[in-house]
Design a protein around this ligand. Sequence first.
Ligand code: GLV
Length: 392
Amino acid sequence: MSTVSAPPKSLMKPMVFPQKLMMGPGPSNCPPRVLNACAMPILGHLHPEFTQIMDEVKEGVKYMFQTKNEWTVCVSGTGHAAMETACCNLLESGETTLVCCNGLWGERFSDMALRNGAVVKRIERPMGEVFTLGEIEEGLRKYCPSVLFITHGESSGSTLQPLEGIGALCHKYNCLLLVDSVAACGGVPMYMDKWEIDVLYTGSQKVLSAPPGASPISFSPKAKAKVQGRKTKIRSWYFDMNELANYWGCDDGPRRYHHTGPINCVYALREGLARLAEEGLEKSWANHRHCVEELWEGIEKMGLQLLVKDKANRLPCVTGVKVPNGVNWKEVSDYAMKNHRVEISGGLGQQAGKIWRIGIMGYNATPDNVRRVLRALDDALKFTRGQASSKL
Ligand code: GLV
């Protein structure tokens, strides 16, 4: 009789992959070119052909971020890994960070900073609202933080935070500016160097339309100097930027083995960045804008309201739509998935149950997809309202 347990029956069946149109806050659909890249032969994580691809990825990220920073790499992990990297490299125990919190990402960063022993101070706005320069300056003056965290595209509240002027303000108060642009970069203007951003990161599965798994991040010379001048060791071995910068060929030394990067995710990311480079940043920003204007118009024509009133503060990549009284958001979203194979997501945190979130990102940013999601939402609403009135 065998001494091992039975093999799992679930693994004896093929996996199931229905075609879905991913119109939530990410992941977005990957174009065939990106998926094909995932299927290319594996290379060693230090083979010259792979380090060449890593160098091309770095060039693409510098273009996407509009930066010349030497310390520009990809973290092996999703956007949260990039957030952890920023947090554990920039903050030492006992240092103060000021977190601008208007949604989930400020909450998450606060938690990470506390876990790294930092003192966390916060300025807050309700989800769906953004910060003014005046509010930020008051916080900088009051708390004298060494790092200010702000979210560019707050996907949970569907806001686009204006960034111009914040870097200069932070530097006036001897503070570094850290920006989360996971849900915005590539779809809206970004000028890392011109806007004096010290650390910026994004994700691969949003505007870049690549699978999650390798996340771009860049450190300004000021941020690099802070990391290199730390009194204490970086708490995470895996996310230590000194090591990652070497592995990504950002210093003069030969690349050392640090960890085995997600090889095929890096191929896919390279193709996502190549698509963006071929399209051109300005065209990509304009295309997202054009598509989302059509979405907003269609939603308002259906008699629905958008969460963010001021157009200038709406995130083109993720739109928050208020769920009308008496409608169950999940029934609508489930109907859209079941009958149209379209993903429409729900809210997070304080907006859970109160909004739907519709994403328009990268490969999915086309007028056809906008019309498809509008049709799915309209049809789902009519169906659930019909169900509700038939029960009365
Ligand atoms: C993820 O980025 C989300 O906003 O749900």
